[in-house]
Design a protein around this ligand. Structure first.
Ligand SMILES: [Cu+2]
Length: 226
């Protein structure tokens, strides 16, 4: 194996290791039982034929102030309105994430690339993209299985960070980054999603607090029979 191939391979292994580690962390905690059901949106033409189509609209925030009554840690970064989702099996799922948060650099460029969506693309503020530069990522939405026995579902999409000079002192920016992506579900099963951008605190690696507590940067992603 040549050196470049080995380096690329190493990056993938590191990525997979991170996911596995965080996944088991997350599975142990069930803090917030609220679940958002995907909204029916007719049908969609996909590479796998015409499928039932569903949508989820979510946001990522620099703090949990939006989440009154559920914000045990109002200063922690979070996705909302909730962090547990139900989507139908064998369907096209379109998720729109409105990101109000800034960011810095990913630990791992693996998560800068869009993975597992139709055509490997997303749209960012209406423009088609396949990746976000590793130093311009605010959060990621990364869906994966909890065990190897499961139907394959791996979707990872980076959210572009709001530039520092557009982040207000108070409240949320009026110019969020809007990312939309579509993927196809297989059989019903329980999955986990989490953010792979080190946006937490409490540890040197920034994988503590919001990153290691259910209901902020992670949650359940259930694929259910319609
Ligand atoms: Cu995050």
């Amino acid at each position: 194996m040549n050196k470049r191939l080995l380096a690329a391979f190493g990056t993938v292994i590191l990525g997979a290791g991170l996911i596995a580690g965080i996944g088991s962390y997350v599975a142990a905690a069930k803090n917030d039982s609220r679940v958002l059901q995907a909204t029916p949106a007719g049908t969609l033409q996909t590479p796998e034929g015409t499928l039932p189509h569903f949508t989820l609209d979510i946001s990522s925030y620099p703090d949990s102030g939006f989440n009154e009554g559920h914000n045990a840690h109002p200063d922690w970064v979070a996705y909302g309105p909730v962090t547990n989702f139900d989507v139908p099996a064998h369907s096209a799922i379109t998720i729109t994430v409105t990101n109000y948060d800034g960011g810095e650099s990913l630990n791992n460029d693996f998560f800068g690339k869009i993975r597992g969506t139709i055509d490997g693309t997303a749209t960012l503020n209406g423009e088609v993209i396949t990746r976000v530069p590793a130093d311009k990522v605010g959060h990621t939405f990364t869906i994966h299985g909890m065990s190897d026995a499961q139907d394959e579902l791996f979707v990872s999409v980076p959210m572009r960070a709001v530039p520092e000079d557009e982040m207000p002192e108070e409240g949320y920016t009026k110019t969020p980054m809007v990312t939309t992506f579509t993927f196809i579900t297989g059989d019903a099963g329980e999955y986990i999603w989490n953010c792979e951008y080190p946006c937490g605190d409490g540890t040197i690696a920034k994988f503590g607090h919001a990153m290691s507590t259910m209901g902020y940067m992670s949650g359940h992603f259930n694929v259910v029979n319609a």
